[in-house]
Design a binder for this molecule. Structure first.
Ligand SMILES: Nc1ncnc2c1ncn2[C@@H]1O[C@H](COP(=O)(O)OP(=O)(O)O)[C@@H](O)[C@H]1O
Ligand SMILES: [Mg+2]
Length: 235
């Protein structure tokens, strides 16, 4: 296996709080790794660290073989924050063009990106008038500017109804079919089955790692909420 992301002994202290202690993670190239855990478990801190935006207390992170935060990675990874911001007063295509300009590209692939997230019909529509699902796809589209190889998506499906969530996950799978690697977080255990690999987190600690099937086998329960509970209550 080739690791696209390799986190070794990551320790992060913010303020006086130790958020992560010697946390380890490997994300296989071309896979979707789900970071699942309740609010406050450390998902965002891990993602910020991988994106090179978090001051590390200890440990190291390699992304595509290069130290996280290195300039050369800027165009190769994208990070969508939890409250991904799109500009409500711009159209869909203007949003993409604007994000491209911020990154120093003149986006010639705006139409291609909108096509990928199924917003071609909406290209001239003002973002404020989009439905929730369309807005989520536009936020995702801004993460595709510059054709990054790795997408880091922090709770991209939060607040969406089950059908829209399913559509978004099928889009994520289309990206991995093209060879991209995805690190995706969620606080909803039911999203586990969309991921190739899972890391279940609680209070900055790894409860378990593995494929959804492996975690079911390990705990002997089927429902992912029950898997999580069983891991927490493990004697
Ligand atoms: N700037 C900060 N200073 C101190 N503690 C923080 C800071 N940011 C986050 N935390 C704490 O770190 C823990 C993990 O937060 P976070 O990574 O945002 O988790 P999640 O994304 O899973 O909700 C939480 O307990 C949170 O309160
Ligand atoms: Mg978070």
């Amino acid at each position: 296996m080739t690791s696209a992301i390799s986190v070794t002994d990551l320790t992060v202290i913010r303020g006086r709080t130790r958020i992560l202690s010697e946390f380890n993670l490997e994300v296989e190239s071309g896979a979707i790794l789900g970071l699942l855990g309740p609010s406050g478990s450390g998902k965002t801190t891990i993602m910020r660290s991988v994106a090179g935006l978090q001051r590390l207390t200890g440990g190291s992170i390699k992304v595509l073989g290069t130290l996280a935060g290195d300039k050369s990675l800027r165009s190769r990874i994208s990070y969508s924050t939890q409250d991904a911001s799109i500009y409500r007063d711009l159209t869909c295509s203007e949003n993409i063009d604007y994000f491209a300009a911020l990154q120093g590209h003149v986006s010639s692939s705006t139409d291609e990106i909108l096509e990928l997230v199924d917003l071609s019909r909406n290209r001239k529509q003002i973002a404020a008038t989009l439905s929730g699902g369309e807005r989520a796809r536009l936020a995702l589209a801004t993460a595709l500017v510059g054709k990054p190889e790795i997408l880091i998506l922090d709770e991209p499906t939060v607040g969406l109804d089950p059908l829209l969530r399913r559509d978004l996950w099928s889009l994520f799978h289309r990206f991995t079919d093209e060879g991209k690697t995805l690190l995706v977080s969620s606080h909803m255990m039911e999203e586990a089955d969309h991921c190739d690999e899972l890391v279940l987190l609680r209070d900055g600690s790894i409860l378990a790692k593995g494929t959804p099937r492996e975690l079911r086998t390990q705990t002997g329960v089927e429902n992912m909420d029950a898997v999580f509970i069983s891991l927490v209550e493990k004697p």
